[in-house]
Design a protein around this ligand. Structure first.
Ligand code: HEC
Length: 140
């Protein structure tokens, strides 16, 4: 049983020397650097990041992966799912239509109400994501 170990060590040393295997110190330094750059959970960046995931999970069938209104199911609806990259609605309106659905807002009944499905945080995150892709001149 000694030989395989010796062999493994012999193989490992040159690999470490060429930098392909990282030492514990290097890994620790990398982890610390990541912690410094990863956005804090209360930051706007973290919210947008989480909102992107909400959007990809719940909204793309109709609004499309690019949020341009060209999802797989878009062609069966009239009016079409909104192009959310061009939306001039403010955040409060978006929050309302996402929570209560299109019909309650006097819009298409095919925009579902998400208030029972998504948490308050998910709704606020997805609205932050929509803000991040909205036209620069869209009202807040
Ligand atoms: C089943 C299809 C469908 C799904 C899924 C869907 N939507 Fe919609 N959405 C629509 C349709 C259709 C409209 C357009 C309503 C209208 O014009 O009357 C719309 C409109 C909107 C609007 C209004 C935009 C504006 O400028 O007026 C927002 C915001 C929106 N959707 C967000 C979302 C979000 C966020 C999700 C995921 C949580 C989502 N939608 C999922 C169909 C959908």
């Amino acid at each position: 049983m000694r030989r395989p170990l010796a062999l493994a060590l012999l193989l490992l040393v040159p690999v470490a020397a060429t930098g392909q295997v990282k030492t514990a110190t290097e890994l620790k330094a990398e982890a610390e650097a990541m912690l410094e750059t990863f956005p804090h959970k209360n930051s706007a960046a973290a919210s947008v990041y989480r909102g992107t995931i909400v959007f990809l999970n719940y909204c793309t069938t109709c609004h499309g992966t690019n949020a341009d209104g060209l999802g797989r199911a878009a062609k069966i609806y009239n009016p079409k799912p909104a192009n959310l990259r061009m939306s001039l609605k403010n955040d409060a309106y978006k929050q309302q239509i996402v929570r209560r659905g299109g019909q309650m807002m006097g819009r298409s009944e095919f925009m579902p109400a998400w208030g029972e499905e998504l948490t308050d945080e998910q709704i606020s995150d997805v609205v932050k994501y929509l803000r991040s892709i909205a036209p620069a001149d869209a009202p807040n």
